[in-house]
Design a protein around this ligand. Structure first.
Ligand code: BTN
Length: 265
């Protein structure tokens, strides 16, 4: 089914958590649109979806490859009444929901969560999440969770520099997938985990997140803005930071970074 406003309207009929949606055939970035709407007071449950983005963004303002007709580019606005420090729970709920929505397509490969933003399969990036928050006087006002999923891309649809690092669902299951179906699956599952998080906090999400983590217990190299750390990824902190035991034995809590698994032979 094509991604059109009419099809989305029908597909969202039974999803009571979806209050409003905006569909754009082409947009700069769905996150930018959603942030603008959130700042103007859009209510929780507002979605922005596009067929293609001309300025799709990832972490650290990296470009997110967003060709038309192939991927999912979606941003959701939520307004959780939680302390700003635990907003990472919304991001975790999205990561778990993405992995489970992918699983529901009966994949042969496991889908893992690679801290902080990536969903990976077969060692390559399948999807990314960009969460942005609005905080006023220490109060969390809104959270925009943006997800980009590589769905129906073939190898040659990716630009050469991404071909070894990115993967699509189509490549994993050898068939084209229905993007509309995936959007519904993701939104439905996201709200399930989001509600659980509102009731029980990050602790409720942590077991599934840990089970899916591709890093915990492994030796990792984390590059942050100024430093490189090598050590064992131990666990996730309540604010979403990664605790790493360095080779020296000391522990570091890292809030963001580029992570690679270190292979020892
Ligand atoms: C990352 O891996 O660094 C996160 C990528 C997030 C991409 C999505 S696509 C929909 C939404 N709009 C954006 O501009 N970015 C996110």
């Amino acid at each position: 089914m094509r991604l059109t406003p009419a099809h989305l309207q029908i597909a969202f009929r039974n999803l009571t958590d979806v209050r409003h949606f905006f569909f754009y055939p082409t947009v700069g970035s769905t996150n930018d649109k959603a942030k603008d709407l959130a700042q103007k007071g859009a209510e929780e449950g507002t979605l922005v979806i596009a067929d293609t983005q001309t300025a799709g963004r990832g972490r650290l303002d990296r470009h997110w490859f967003s060709p038309p007709g192939l991927g999912i580019y979606l941003s959701a606005i939520v307004r959780p009444k939680v302390p700003a420090e635990s907003a990472f729970g919304v991001h975790m709920a999205a990561a778990i929901a993405l992995a489970q929505a992918a699983d529901a397509q009966h994949l042969q490969s496991a889908v893992g969560i690679k801290w902080p933003n990536d969903l990976v399969a077969e060692g390559r990036k399948l999807a990314g999440i960009l969460s942005e928050v609005g905080i006023q006087a220490g109060i969390l006002e809104w959270c925009v969770v943006g997800v980009g999923i590589n769905v129906n891309h073939t190898r040659t649809d990716f630009p050469p520099d991404l071909r070894d690092r990115a993967i699509s669902l189509r490549e994993i299951c050898n068939r084209r997938l229905d993007r509309l179906d995936l959007v519904v699956q993701f939104i439905d599952t996201f709200w399930l985990w989001y509600d659980r998080y509102l009731e029980g906090g990050i602790a409720v999400l942590a077991p599934e997140w840990r089970r899916r983590s591709t890093l915990l217990g492994r030796t990792v190299r984390v590059e942050t803005a100024g430093e490189t750390y090598v050590g064992t990824a131990l666990d996730l902190e309540n604010d979403g930071a990664l605790r790493v035991r360095l080779e020296s034995g000391t522990e570091e809590v890292l809030h963001a970074g580029d992570v690679e698994l270190v292979q020892y032979r």
